[in-house]
Ligand binder design. Structure first.
Ligand code: SF4
Length: 64
C-alpha cells in the first residue's frame, strides 16, 4: 500500500507521527513528511489508523 499526504491541507497536528512513526515525520513547521512511499506490510495497520485519525484529512491510503 502507498500513502499520499497533502502538505497544503496538513495542519501539523502530529497525530500521524504519534501513530505511525516509521511512516510519517514532520518538518520544522510541523507539516507532515513521508518517510516511505511504499508502506511495509508490518506498518500498514498503523498507517491506516493514522489516515483515520488525521484531523485535517490530509492523508490517504492508496491500496495496490
Ligand atoms: S495527522 Fe494530519 S494534520 Fe496532523 S501532521 Fe499528520 S497529516 Fe498533518
Amino acid at each position: 500500500m502507498k500513502i499520499a499526504a497533502d502538505r497544503e491541507i496538513c495542519i501539523g497536528a502530529g497525530m500521524c507521527v504519534l501513530t505511525a512513526p516509521a511512516v510519517f515525520d514532520q518538518d520544522d513547521d510541523g507539516i507532515v513528511e513521508l518517510l516511505v512511499e511504499d508502506v511495509p506490510p508490518g506498518e500498514a495497520d498503523a498507517a491506516r489508523q493514522a489516515v483515520a485519525l488525521c484531523p485535517s484529512g490530509a492523508l490517504r491510503a492508496l491500496d495496490d
